[in-house]
Design a protein around this ligand. Structure first.
Ligand SMILES: [Zn+2]
Length: 239
């Protein structure tokens, strides 16, 4: 809490470089220069899927590709503690959610959980914070929107040497359904269009694993909304 507050103050007193492009000595809005704000506002969410897609990968909409101002802003938010970016990035994420969820039904956002180590490193749960801002923006736009966290993330071993199937198994094994889930379901808080939110989709293993774990608890995911999608190189069969 203190760390987050200090981060906010540092941002106010020493705006520093633009979070999106690194430009210095420019006027910043939420830590972002006018050119980057224009670039971010011009993004139009689109459907994306990794190639190849892991089994159970949900329909997914991304705000944009992991490049340019979006990549810069996301890195500054996630890795450099520029927490004020949660508001504009959350608003962008809401745009991707709106492309997945019909407006006439309640929508429930389920952020991909962070491990305890990631929360310590990033001064809090960066996806929960982003998702809270997305919920606010959706409500302003007329949606009945809420967020719940039915999952816990355990540390998972380095997956770079695993193949696609191995990555998916590793991702599923690192997720636990919270014991509170049945209480939440009975309370009616988890009713509506379920949309998983994440920052970046790369191989799709995390989103597929989250959808699978939620399904085991009778929660059918409608889709996923992410801020950025990396462009994967296709590999030849057998590689
Ligand atoms: Zn910029």
């Amino acid at each position: 809490m203190v760390a987050a507050l200090l981060g906010e103050l540092a941002d106010l007193v020493l705006p520093g470089a633009c979070a999106g492009c690194g430009a210095e000595r420019v006027r910043l809005s939420y830590g972002t220069c006018a050119a980057c704000v224009t670039a971010l506002e011009a993004l139009r969410p689109y459907a994306t899927a990794p190639s190849p897609s892991p089994a159970g990968f949900p329909p997914c909409v991304t705000v944009g590709s992991y490049a340019g101002s979006l990549r810069g802003a996301l890195l500054a938010y996630k890795e450099k503690g520029r927490h004020r970016l949660a508001r504009p990035l959350g608003a962008l994420l809401a745009g991707a959610v709106a492309a997945v969820a019909p407006r006439d039904r309640p929508v429930v956002l389920l952020p991909v959980p962070s491990t305890a180590a990631a929360r310590r490193e990033r001064h809090g749960d960066h996806m929960a914070r982003l998702t809270d801002h997305a919920v606010r923006r959706l409500r302003t736009a007329g949606y009945t929107a809420t967020t719940v966290q039915p999952l816990r993330a355990l540390p998972k071993p380095d997956s770079t040497s695993l193949d696609a199937a191995g990555r998916l198994i590793s991702a599923v094994n690192s997720l636990r359904i919270s014991p509170r889930i049945s209480v939440l379901q009975r309370g009616g808080r988890i009713r509506g269009t379920l949309v998983v939110t994440d920052d970046i989709v790369t191989t799709g293993a995390t989103l597929a694993a989250v959808a699978r774990r939620l399904e085991e608890a009778d929660m059918q995911v409608t889709g996923a909304a992410v801020l950025a999608a990396t462009q994967l190189r296709r590999t030849a069969p057998g590689n």
